[in-house]
Design a protein around this ligand. Structure first.
Ligand code: TYD
Length: 217
């Protein structure tokens, strides 16, 4: 039976997730694997609607736990409607952000607690964890600089505040990587994107046994 291969890609802003995912998708497709790339909320209307509530700037009264519950609800719907069907067909699913984003952002950086956020997400995903998580680790200054270079603007005060928040996010991801070392691979994403892609491909291939049995070509 095909069970596919579920891989999540995590990292802070400017860590290069989007570039990596498109590189992985083209390399794996060229090798004959069927690949689904997605990101939360992944174009699933119910999940998109939930995300609009989270991102609505007029919702200033939103409590941190409410936000965490909404992310978990959107995650559930995206999982059921998009990830599970692709895995059932034996696809390699490359998902831009998953449970670890909630654990790092809401659990650690916003201070709700990793275990608390884990509990509601375990309910939401009902056992369907990624087999592998690639965490793209960059210093917040590097991520910020990359975003600014892309936008062509200077660093401002808000960016610096953001940098201290992103330092906490990074701390959260690194704690998770130590705690779930069997699942999460820490990738040095300060390197050139070609090197990052090559490292990630070789990590995926190292899991070759599991990979060849569960995915369809
Ligand atoms: P997004 O527009 O998806 O951009 P990117 O992934 O390229 O950074 O923004 C996602 C934002 O939402 C990002 O700041 C992380 C945050 N987020 C959480 O706080 N918790 C979550 O569970 C998820 C999935 C995202």
């Amino acid at each position: 039976m095909n069970t596919g291969l579920f891989i999540s890609i995590e990292g802070g802003e400017g860590s290069g997730k989007t570039t990596l995912i498109s590189g992985l998708a083209s390399q794996l497709s060229a090798q004959g694997y069927q690949v689904t790339t997605t990101r939360e909320p992944g174009g699933i209307p119910i999940a998109e609607q939930i995300r609009e509530v989270i991102l609505d700037r007029s919702n200033t009264a939103m409590d941190g736990r409410t936000e965490a519950l909404l992310y978990a609800a959107a995650r559930r719907q995206h999982l059921v409607e998009k990830v599970v069907p692709a895995l059932t067909q034996g696809h390699v699913v490359l998902c831009d952000r998953f449970i670890d984003s909630s654990l790092a952002y809401q659990g650690h950086a916003r201070g709700i607690g990793i275990d608390e956020v884990m509990a509601i997400n375990e309910f939401a995903i009902n056992g369907l964890m990624p087999k592998l998580t690639l965490y793209l680790d960059v210093k917040p200054e590097t991520g910020l600089r990359r975003i600014q270079e892309a936008d062509g603007r200077e660093i401002n005060r808000l960016d610096l505040e953001k940098a201290s928040f992103h330092e906490k996010v990074r701390e959260g991801f690194l704690q998770l990587s130590a705690r779930f070392a069997d699942r999460i691979a820490v990738i040095d994403a300060e390197r050139h994107q070609e090197e990052v892609l090559a490292s990630c491909l070789s990590i995926i291939m190292e899991r070759g046994q599991e990979f060849s049995q569960s995915v369809s070509k």
